[in-house]
Design a protein around this ligand. Structure first.
Ligand SMILES: [Zn+2]
Length: 192
């Protein structure tokens, strides 16, 4: 028996995503490798129904979207080349208001897909919010600190959307600083 599911793109009941939304999804363009990484890939171009699809992981009860994204993202990475999966934590205010970190949920699904451990390796350094900083300070991305020694580790960093790549770069540089031998990035979507 088939269960009725709502399309994560448009909400129509049928399949997830529905054929109409699926037909409108485009693969992401190549991402210029962020500093500190050996490569970074994304599944979808951040446009059309992909925007709704990715936005839905920020809300509760959207397990179908997470599952679909994680499964579709899995061919983009090679689990055997990764020791651990992690994520760049969202700002505490977002985590507080939503009660969860959507980047963490996505990372956990992706890790499960490949049978690799998902571990919290990064913490946000307390500091001023991004709002109010000048363009130059903002472009350096949020400041993270490593939670443990990562000597020799190969790390996959998962995020929802890559835009400038500054968050990926900031996180990757901290992971490398903690000893990581190799950091690769994986996102649900890339917005150029
Ligand atoms: Zn749809």
């Amino acid at each position: 028996m088939l269960l009725a599911v709502a399309c994560p793109g448009c909400g129509r009941v049928g399949s997830a995503p529905c054929e109409r939304c699926l037909a409108q999804l485009r693969p992401a363009a190549e991402i210029p490798t962020p500093v500190g990484m050996v490569g970074c890939r994304a599944l979808l171009a951040y446009e059309g129904p992909a925007r709704d699809l990715v936005a839905r992981i920020k809300f509760r009860n959207q397990r179908a979207v997470l599952g679909w994204l994680a499964q579709a993202m899995s061919p983009l990475w090679c689990p055997s080349s990764v020791d651990v999966v992690t994520w760049a934590p969202t700002i505490p205010a977002h985590r507080r208001s939503r009660g969860f970190d959507h980047a963490e949920l996505l990372a956990r699904r992706v890790a499960r897909q490949g049978g690799v451990a998902c571990v919290s390796l990064l913490a946000r350094r307390p500091g001023p919010a991004q709002i109010g900083l000048d363009r130059d300070s903002r472009s350096h991305g949020p400041a993270f600190v490593a939670r443990r020694d990562l000597t020799g580790a190969s790390v996959l960093l998962v995020d929802d959307v890559v835009t400038t790549g500054s968050t990926m770069a900031a996180a990757a540089q901290v992971l490398v600083g903690a000893g990581a031998a190799r950091v690769v990035g994986l996102a649900a979507a890339y917005s150029r």
